[in-house]
Design a binder for this molecule. Structure first.
Ligand SMILES: O=C(O)COP(=O)(O)O
Ligand SMILES: [Mg+2]
Length: 226
């Protein structure tokens, strides 16, 4: 089936998809825990908690450390002071810059739909000099709803000019939140295998999966030809 007449909008998740931000999030989490004289978490633990946005991250930390849920607001406020400009340990995944520029050159409108707060998202995209590639950026606090609710991705697609009820578009992401969101819109989902997913690939609804961003432009082109 032809799911994407070239050049259709392509929207990307951010954490665990375009950027490996877990080391910065881990550092901000542990600095916050230290401020409250609490035990640190490992990078693997924190990575496994990423995907649902800041509130979900801290709900999972509070559960893991058996803290009082009433601490959540204070912990998040302290965390945000560090997180808003935490870029030093974050890397673009290999080939991301090149793949984005190939897709932009082919005329695909590009967007971001992330559960990361919009201001933190803007800072990190500026840090890598790639913010201008995206015609729309929907963050975790742009709307009242977050992924897996379809509303943020629907907004991104509409802002990129896709059809409001039958968008011909593609969503690219790494997690359960992304797969469920794309299914709910609905748009085809391309799964980046090397992000922060906790669920086996075969249990996530997806059109295709890839390990290398150098594969992505051709993968998208095959959709237009199919
Ligand atoms: O900040 C998060 O928890 C997730 O962000 P993502 O939606 O870009 O993966
Ligand atoms: Mg992600």
């Amino acid at each position: 089936m032809n799911v994407c007449m070239a050049p259709c909008p392509v929207v990307f998740d951010l954490d665990g998809t375009l950027i490996d931000s877990a080391p910065d999030i881990h550092a901000s989490v542990n600095a916050t825990l230290q401020q409250f004289q609490l035990d640190p978490l490992t990078l693997d633990q924190v990575r496994s908690f990423i995907g649902g946005g800041v509130e979900v991250l801290w709900q999972k930390i509070i559960a893991a450390l058996q803290l009082q849920p009433s601490m959540q607001a204070d912990l998040i406020a302290a965390f945000m002071n560090r997180y808003h400009d935490a870029t030093g340990l974050t890397r673009l995944y290999p080939g991301v810059r090149e793949a984005l520029s190939v897709l932009a050159d082919r005329g695909h409108p590009l967007g971001i739909c992330t559960n990361k707060p919009a201001a933190v998202t803007a800072t990190i995209l500026d840090h890598f000099g790639i913010r201008d590639l995206f015609g729309v950026i929907v963050g975790g606090d742009t709307l009242p709803q977050k992924k897996p609710d379809p509303a943020p991705l629907r907004k991104a697609l509409q802002d990129l000019g896709a059809h409001p009820t039958a968008p011909q578009a593609i969503y690219v992401g790494d997690s359960e939140f992304d797969a469920a969101c794309a299914e709910a819109v609905p748009v085809p989902f391309l799964l980046f295998r090397l992000g922060y997913r906790q669920t086996p690939e075969e249990q996530l609804t997806h059109r295709a999966a890839f390990n290398e961003f150098s594969e992505l432009p051709e993968l998208i082109a095959t959709f237009a030809e199919a």
